[in-house]
Design a binder for this molecule. Structure first.
Ligand code: ADP
Ligand code: ADP
Length: 221
């Protein structure tokens, strides 16, 4: 059976953190378009340069580029049973493209987990986020400390603070989320796919709530 789960929510709400848990639990790949863009930026290729010109300003990378990237990712063998989508779709046009793509693969979006938290929490979480250079694992200087300061627990690579997590870019990203991504709340509510999760609780509490949603919605999971 193909399983596709979308994590929707503002920047810093915990999509990446929870996606990793869900991906482990369901043995599906965690696909973060942000991580893929950052890998291309690191390589310094054309896609990376283009993506960086948007990401550094807190703007969305254009739909055609992002959709093509996702389509390409889905051709890889680890996606054969589905995927956990973190940060895609971010616009209704991306959601339409996803529906067409999944249809062509014989699947559909099974569940959209919409994680919420107030803006103060998002700003606090992003200001203290430390991300790993190798695979985008995330830690927090207060809420999710690595065992050794500056080192990823999982793969030992260096932890760094993303440029776009600076206060002024974060405010832009939250505004862009409200204008361009929040319409997806209605989009997926109308399709009866959306479940809201209260993201203000601790990482463990949010994870427990998500597990209970998965049990209800994916009876075999
Ligand atoms: P997103 O992918 O939605 O931008 P992340 O998963 O990267 O969010 O989380 C943003 C930051 O907040 C990270 O530093 C992470 O460790 C921390 N974090 C995630 N979930 C929680 C939570 N429930 N409570 C406190 N901090 C959290
Ligand atoms: P966060 O974890 O804070 O939600 P991401 O790592 O998902 O941030 O994304 C970082 C940046 O990459 C976004 O601010 C945006 O510029 C770009 N990006 C990621 N996913 C998409 C997407 N689906 N569409 C357009 N731009 C995207």
């Amino acid at each position: 059976m193909l399983t596709y789960i979308v994590l929707l929510g503002p920047p810093g709400v915990g999509k990446g953190t929870q996606s990793k848990f869900i991906a482990n639990e369901l043995d599906l790949p965690h696909i973060s378009t942000g991580d893929i863009f950052r890998a291309n930026i690191k390589q310094g290729n054309e896609l990376g340069k283009l993506a960086d010109s948007y990401i550094s300003k807190g703007k969305l990378v254009p739909d055609d580029v992002t959709i093509a990237l996702l389509r390409e990712r889905f051709t890889q063998p680890d996606c054969k049973n589905g995927a956990i989508l973190d940060g895609f779709p971010r616009t209704p046009a991306q959601a339409d493209a996803l529906e067409i793509l999944l249809n062509s693969l014989g699947g559909r979006v099974n569940l959209v987990l919409f994680i919420t938290a107030p803006a103060e929490s998002l700003i606090e979480r992003l200001a203290g986020r430390w991300s790993c250079r190798a695979q985008g694992h995330v830690f927090h200087e207060r809420f999710n400390l690595p065992k050794v300061k500056g080192v990823c627990d999982i793969d030992g690579s260096e932890l760094y603070q993303r440029d776009d997590d600076k206060a002024e870019t974060v405010l832009n990203r939250i505004e862009i989320y409200k204008n361009q991504t929040a319409p997806l709340i209605q989009y997926y509510t109308e399709r009866k796919l959306l479940t809201e999760v209260n993201g203000i609780e601790s990482i463990e509490a949010v994870s427990t709530e998500i597990k209970s949603v998965l049990k209800k919605v994916l009876p075999s999971g």
